[in-house]
Design a protein around this ligand. Structure first.
Ligand code: ZN
Length: 270
């Protein structure tokens, strides 16, 4: 049994459709969504409809979902571009769609599985904190009661594991650096069009905290859509990067008169 884990789609249907096509190719039927389906890009309703049609085992709310679905105009920590996109997105959705977003939980344990999901952090999901390093991961692990936790929010893929305690001199939490692979000049050029997949093994007794990266607005200097597949029988998690039609989404952003910065950042993955 395999699950696709998708996060931070951010109203980018050009990216989402490529990810869903890949999942069809791989015969993946079950999906887990880590929130921020909307915000930033130009196709919120289309993305929301596409996600709702999936066989969703779980779907949590992101901060953009919350602001779009809510009535408050206070968006703490948001830059003017993100704020403008939220206000624009509100007008694109009907009340029933906003209500669906509003009803998503902040964290969720997937029934009959070893998986918990959250958009931001398990320790205080409503505070929308970020997990970038081992200290953040340690806070999260204190609240993680399943073997796997998938999160999003930073748009930067990172993964940590917590070892079963063996002796006191050993560090219990380590970062899995392969997962956080950054694309730069040392690797293939950006237009190589080759998906590089990174697989980690899920070992018995260990706990894992995994950020799967962003489908619709990647930020680790790699503009390709990012998502992951958990293979439950093989006990592996694989991260995929897929090129998509960035120009098409940029044109839609401009046609919607959303901030130019939102179009530009798609091309640089920043
Ligand atoms: Zn996001």
């Amino acid at each position: 049994m395999k699950y696709a884990i998708i996060s931070d789609i951010h109203a980018n249907y050009d990216a989402l459709s490529v990810v869903l096509e890949k999942c069809r190719e791989l015969a993946i039927e079950d999906f887990i969504c880590l929130g921020d389906i909307v915000g930033y890009n130009a196709e919120p309703e289309r993305c929301l409809n596409a996600v709702r049609q999936l066989n969703l085992l779980g779907c949590v709310k992101g901060n953009h979902d919350e602001y779009v679905a809510g009535d408050s105009e206070s968006m703490e920590g948001f830059n003017p571009h993100a704020r403008k996109a939220v206000l624009w997105t509100k007008e694109q959705l009907v009340e029933e769609e906003r209500q669906w977003l509003r009803e998503r939980p902040l964290r969720q344990t997937i029934p009959n599985s070893n998986i918990t999901i959250v958009h931001a952090t398990l320790d205080s999901p409503e505070a929308w904190g970020y997990i970038f390093d081992i200290h953040h991961a340690a806070d999260n692990f204190s609240y993680q009661f399943t073997q796997l936790c998938f999160c999003g929010h930073s748009h930067v893929p990172v993964a940590f594991c917590k070892k079963p305690i063996t002796n006191s001199s050993e560090k219990p939490i380590i970062e899995l650096y392969d997962w956080a692979y950054k694309r730069n000049e040392e690797y293939a050029p950006l237009d190589a069009g080759v998906a590089d997949n990174i697989t980690i093994d899920i070992l018995p007794g260990y706990k894992y905290l995994i950020n799967v990266g962003s489908v619709g607005q990647p930020r680790n200097n790699d503009p390709r859509a990012s998502f992951a597949i958990y293979d439950r029988s093989a006990q592996t998690v694989t991260r995929f990067r897929l090129p998509y039609d960035i120009k098409s989404q940029q044109e839609k952003i401009r046609a919607a008169q959303l901030p130019e910065r939102l179009a530009l950042r798609l091309a640089t993955g920043s």
